[in-house]
Ligand binder design. Sequence first.
Ligand code: 13P
Length: 251
Amino acid sequence: MRQPLVMANWKMNGNSAANRELLKALQAEFARRGAEVSTKTSVICPPYPYLTQVAEMLQGSSMQLGAQDCSHSAPGAYTGEVAAPMLADLGCRWVVIGHSERRQYHQESDALVAAKLVAAQRADLMPVVCVGETLEQREAGEAEDVVASQLRGALADLPDLREVVVAYEPVWAIGTGQTATPELAQEMHSQIRDVLRELDENNAEGIRLLYGGSVKADNAASLFAMTDIDGALVGGASLDAEAFATIVAAA
Ligand code: 13P
């Protein structure tokens, strides 16, 4: 039985005052809804500078802390980078790795993503590795091959597949309002699980697969009804307390 997981990726949004307000509103929503949200695993991933603020505000709450990226290197002379053990030190239990925005704007390769996964596991963080095709790749009929190859590349060096989450985020669905249909997402998730079975027959069934890309309060339940959709990685809607709580409740 895979425990539902809903993650808020705030991306590069927020400031101290806005975060405080959003977290207060989230806590009020969570208190109002009780077990329908507190029994699900929910994770908030703010930008690095606000990790401490969010960690402090989440104390005593069922929501956990995550980061949006980490360095593949151990601490040392890497100006501007943030090492995985630093994130663990600040209270993070989760880290998103290989998001399409990192791949697109920071030229992150599968090899770099693989190294980051290893660094995250070494720091006892649960890595959430993102895969997904562009519209061009989907229209060329390459979606399944692209995702399978990203997955094989990312997981190549990982000693333990039990401690990983995979997020399928089709690039054409991110921030566009164009969600994948539940059927299309399920088809890809089922293929992802086939690849995971090839890599680790014993643990593939237990690995959580999240969907990401324009998940909203009104489409979450139909996505979560699919066999291999175990939760969501939420961008825009995670900046709205009521929408995010509704998505967590639907998981
Ligand atoms: P949106 O929910 O804004 O489409 O973003 C999805 C995403 O990239 C989450 O990581």
